[in-house]
Design a protein around this ligand. Structure first.
Ligand code: DON
Length: 312
């Protein structure tokens, strides 16, 4: 086995092929999310993975061009879009500590006076979307435009059926939003906010699209067109929160195994960042009990082991 050193330049394609072969041979892929029909219908044996270099060159394997439901991966982009507009004031309304609780948990919110632990649990993402909505009028639209521009894929869109199913099954998110509104931590009408949040979750994109769209975090805040979205320091902050909070109550295990900032979604996708080097996105719909893609985490684990590319 060849283990590459961190100074090597990488031939990503053979590494991706090798990972896909290993994943193919691995039994047990977890179970797709079943709270809405569109996710429950996904085949857990689907697998795709993409790597994007800083200049937008993208490599992939398997189902890397197949659009899937991005779900909570979008929380990274709304965080970045809001942070770019309002700066540190955001952190008065949402924390940046791991929650140690499931992503849709209510319990901490009362102890902590309606201020969510971090922007990547649902409560925190609702606060971020609310604040982005106040600043732009259309948080979900702002997100979609950003994803289209960064990926170069103008056909990216919301999945209306997924958004409608999210709404129909949205009692817990509604409870979180109303509860935070009772503490004065939500500015907009809760039904309007939920509509924005569910549309945000419903964006369909592929591994290639998301690896490219995450590029600004590897380029220390610089967008695909060379303009700056975040300061270098803010890009570091977003990466740090991804590392510590991006995979729910499994963030410690993800950091241990993968060693990269990452963010998962219950559609089975995970994005990850190698700052200054490249970005990754992996998709496989089978989840573990904490809501992270089983094959996705395994593939990223293998990627950092085989390449030595990690923040540690
Ligand atoms: O809001 C929800 O529960 C889902 N639409 C998204 C969940 C997800 O991907 C995990 N969230 N942190």
């Amino acid at each position: 086995m060849t283990i590459m050193t961190a100074t090597s330049s990488y031939a990503y394609e053979p590494i991706l092929e090798r990972i896909a072969e290993e994943i193919e041979r691995t039994p047990g892929r977890g179970r797709p999310a079943d709270y809405i029909p569109a996710l429950a219908a996904c085949d857990p044996r689907r697998f795709g993975m993409a790597v994007a270099e800083l200049d937008g060159t993208v490599y992939g394997v398997g189902d890397w061009r197949q659009p899937f439901s991005t779900q909570s991966i979008t929380k990274v982009f709304t965080l970045a879009l809001d942070l770019a507009r309002e700066g540190d004031e955001l952190w008065e309304h949402v924390g940046r500590e791991p929650s140690g609780n499931p992503f849709n948990s209510l319990v901490q919110l009362e102890y902590e006076n309606g201020r969510p632990r971090n922007p990547f649990i649902n409560a925190g993402a609702l606060v971020v979307t609310d604040r982005l909505m106040t600043r732009t009028g259309d948080a979900a639209g702002e997100l979609l435009t950003f994803l289209r521009e960064e990926s170069g894929n103008a056909s990216l869109d919301f999945d209306k059926e997924v958004a409608a199913s999210e709404t129909a099954n949205g009692d817990r998110n509604a409870a979180l939003a109303h509860f935070m509104a009772s503490y004065g931590n939500i500015d907009n009408d809760v039904p309007a906010l939920l509509d924005q949040y569910f549309r945000q979750c419903s964006v369909e994109a592929s591994c290639a699209d998301l690896a490219l769209a995450t590029g600004f975090l590897a380029r220390h805040g610089i967008r695909a067109d060379g303009s700056r979205l975040l300061t270098r320091s803010q890009a570091k902050q977003v990466n740090a929160v991804m590392l510590t909070c991006g995979t729910y109550d499994a963030a410690g295990d993800f950091a241990y195994r993968v060693g990269l900032p990452g963010k998962s979604g219950v559609g089975g996708g995970i994005i990850a960042v190698v700052p200054g080097r490249c970005t990754l996105c992996v998709w496989s719909p089978g989840l573990d009990e904490r809501g992270n893609s089983v094959a996705g985490v395994a593939a990223l684990d293998r990627f950092t082991t085989l390449t030595g590319l990690s923040v540690f």
